[in-house]
Design a binder for this molecule. Structure first.
Ligand SMILES: [Fe+2]
Length: 365
């Protein structure tokens, strides 16, 4: 099943284009990345259409040394045994097509690869970001987030002393919300690139977890049951958040819901990963409400508390993180709000294949 959700909410009338200009940024002209501040245009986009995704990581499998792109690195350190690698001494911006293919494979295997000292990459600007991301898939345009003027493919996160344009639930005891990005799409993202243009002195780290390891901790009979299940992922709540006037108050594409397997298989590595998340997964198809609620709550709790599956990224100026949304989940940490410092990040989000069920022949409707 794939369906467009009909909205009954009253639309908030947004300004023609909301351009971020807050008093605290009186000297915004001096901000190095002022041209990348978020705007919220009133553009309206049609529904996304399916496309054929060919994963660049597949090409790297044919290469005699799929890690050749790391051969000049000065440091390659595993952040945890199963998730995350930190690299120094490689200029991402200079990777050729072969190198980018190899990167896709490495990220698929490690879940997260963090590159330090990438000022060259970050300063090449939004045309370069788009060209970079297009190597890995069709660029996703977010339905509700702010983007730099003229670059809707560049998803921005933004918070400063006066405003936030992030998806933040203010009445929760924690800012931790584990998710994989826009999993409500028919073809959710694969390899994803994110970096900060401005960051607080301390705080604003990002948590990651391996959904491969999350799955592997479960007992074989339970995993066998999960492989038979599908779940509904929904963009409705995120759209309603914007329609309530938050985050720029704009919904540029009507929200959708799609059904995905609860256990998906990576198209390149063949690894199986748990594919439910608290932010976007709503119910398991075919189960009674209490069954679905309890199984999802158990899985979310398992994701939340399994520090042994997780890595924590402390950002430094020039850090570029690349992760595979198919085999990981992540959460922002908003622990820097009191400092009133600016955190301004940009994400390039290529879409990948429709999630492949771990169980052959599983019906996705
Ligand atoms: Fe995210």
């Amino acid at each position: 099943m794939s369906q467009t959700v009909t909205q009954t909410e009253v639309k908030v009338d947004p300004p023609a284009t909301l351009v971020l200009k807050s008093p605290v940024q009186a000297s915004e002209d001096e901000y190095r990345y002022s041209h990348l501040l978020p705007v919220f245009s009133q553009a309206h986009y049609p529904p996304l259409t399916p496309f054929t995704h060919s994963d660049p990581g597949l090409r790297a499998l044919e290469h005699p040394n799929p890690r050749a792109f790391l051969q000049n690195a000065t440091s390659v350190v595993e952040i945890t045994p199963r998730l995350g690698t930190e690299v120094r001494g490689v200029n991402l911006a200079e990777l050729d097509s072969n190198g980018r293919d190899q990167l896709a494979l490495e990220v698929a295997r490690r879940g997260l690869v963090v590159f330090r000292d990438q000022h060259d990459f970050i300063d090449r600007g939004p045309d370069f970001y788009k060209a970079w991301g297009s190597h890995f898939g069709r660029l996703h345009i977010h339905p509700t987030s702010g983007h730099p003027e003229g670059y809707p493919e560049v998803h921005l996160v933004y918070r400063d002393a006066n405003s936030t344009f992030n998806f933040e639930i203010s009445d929760s005891i924690t800012s931790t919300v584990w998710h994989t990005d826009v999993s409500y799409e028919l073809q959710p993202p694969g390899l994803t690139t994110f970096f900060l243009l401005s960051q607080p002195e301390t705080g604003g780290d990002t948590l990651f977890t391996s959904q491969v390891s999350t799955l592997q901790k479960l007992s074989p009979p339970f995993v066998a049951f999960l492989r038979t299940l599908t779940a509904v992922h929904s963009g409705v709540e995120q759209a309603n958040f914007s329609r309530s006037g938050k985050r720029g108050g704009i919904v540029r594409r009507e929200p959708v819901e799609h059904i995905h397997p609860v256990v998906r298989k990576h198209p390149v590595t063949g690894e199986e990963a748990l594919y439910v998340n608290r932010q976007f997964t709503r119910r398991i198809v075919g189960l009674k409400r209490e069954e679905s609620d309890n199984i999802l709550r158990f899985l979310y709790d398992h994701i939340d508390k399994s520090g042994d599956n997780q890595a924590r990224l402390k950002w430094q100026p020039g850090t570029v993180a690349v992760w595979d949304n198919r085999v990981t989940a992540h959460s922002a940490i908003v622990d820097y709000a009191d400092s009133k410092e600016r955190r301004h990040g940009a994400r390039i989000t290529p879409q990948a294949e429709r999630p492949i069920p771990a169980l052959d022949g599983l019906k996705l409707e």
